[in-house]
Design a protein around this ligand. Structure first.
Ligand SMILES: NC(=O)c1ccc[n+]([C@@H]2O[C@H](COP(=O)([O-])OP(=O)(O)OC[C@H]3O[C@@H](n4cnc5c(N)ncnc54)[C@H](OP(=O)(O)O)[C@@H]3O)[C@@H](O)[C@H]2O)c1
Length: 295
């Protein structure tokens, strides 16, 4: 972001002068990545519209009647699909939305995707074939899953039980995702790029538990479970039945070790190394996200 803050938005930011996006739609703009993308764009003086069910006007992936208002007057859009870009319904919705956005004059799309997930590629292709400038961000596991998502409660409880064995993963800070997304939305040179974004270090879930223990000053353990045990625990914790199977299936195919390697794409785009999990853990602990609630 330091680099972006210094750029003169009115002149040399893109390869086509004076055509940098001024009005940007951030789909999922209240979520982990989208909220950070929106904040950064606003700091750059760009007009931001949030696309989500709670936004006004409301945007729903399942409600195409909301799409025209979302893209009206928009130059570029950040797309994060919910619940997961690799789920079977994603490609049809993302593709139909991308084509409608292109027809409405949107010139650039940046899609948040998953790394090492062939199931996400149909959604990626649908954006690549929409007839606009595009960038795909294939992301590793987010560090913020432990503070802003489904692993927050396990961290508070002191036990992270996942069907992940001793595989390692290059956990990625969503602040880096947002910095790369903003670069792709506002700078030239990112059209046609599929970036694979990883953190700077491979960590197993036991290493993660140790980092979280250090940062919080509390004991947090990792317990490797079978997919069946994970599904049973999720059901007992009240996760809706229709979400358990796709979630368990997602872990089984993503957490098998095939993503256990690093890339340098964060460095390539931002000119600085990716943020480390230990930095995330320290920052997040200091911000109070893991304070015990007392019940
Ligand atoms: N978690 C990971 O480790 C990871 C790694 C790689 C890729 N990804 C990808 O990240 C994407 C999720 O992005 P995220 O983590 O930034 O978001 P998130 O934190 O899960 O937040 C979801 C966002 O989508 C909105 N939303 C929910 N349901 C919606 C609907 N039906 N229609 C329109 N908007 C809806 C929410 O706002 P409202 O509630 O107001 O609608 C919110 O802004 C998924 O596609 C996933 O595949 C995740």
């Amino acid at each position: 972001m330091e680099r972006l803050d210094r750029l003169d938005l009115t002149t040399s930011m893109t390869s086509t002068p004076n055509t940098h996006p001024q009005h940007v739609l951030v789909v999922g703009g209240t979520g982990k990545t989208g909220r950070r993308v929106a904040e950064r764009l606003e700091r750059l003086g760009i007009d931001v519209r949030i696309g989500s069910r709670s936004a006004r006007p409301s945007f729903g992936w399942n409600d195409p009647s909301t799409w025209a208002a979302a893209v009206d007057g928009i130059d570029a859009a950040y797309l994060s699909y919910y619940p997961d870009v690799s789920f079977p319904d994603a490609a049809a919705a993302v593709g139909a939305f991308a084509r409608q956005a292109a027809a409405a004059g949107v010139r650039r799309l940046v899609l948040l995707s998953g790394r090492g997930e062939p199931e996400a590629e149909p959604a990626e292709r649908s954006v690549q074939e929409a007839g606009v400038e595009w960038t795909v961000l294939r992301c590793a596991w987010f560090a913020q899953n432990f503070s802003e998502h489904f692993l927050l409660q396990p961290v508070l409880d002191g036990v992270i039980a996942l069907p992940a064995g001793d595989i390692t993963e290059p956990f990625l800070d969503v602040d880096d995702v947002a910095d790369v997304a903003v670069a792709a939305l506002t700078e030239g040179g990112h059209h046609g790029q599929v970036y694979e974004l990883t953190g700077p270090r491979l960590l197993g879930f036991a290493d993660i538990a140790a980092e979280l223990s250090r940062a919080t000053g509390r004991r947090i353990d990792y317990v490797s479970v079978t997919p069946e045990q994970y599904a049973a625990a999720a059901a007992a914790a009240g996760v809706p039945a229709e979400e358990i199977e796709p979630l368990t299936e997602l872990f089984t195919r993503v957490l098998d070790g095939h993503n256990a390697y690093l890339t340098s794409d964060v460095q390539k785009v931002l000119g600085r190394p990716a943020r480390d999990f230990a930095d995330y853990a320290r920052r997040t602990a200091a911000g109070g996200a893991w304070q015990p609630t007392g019940h």
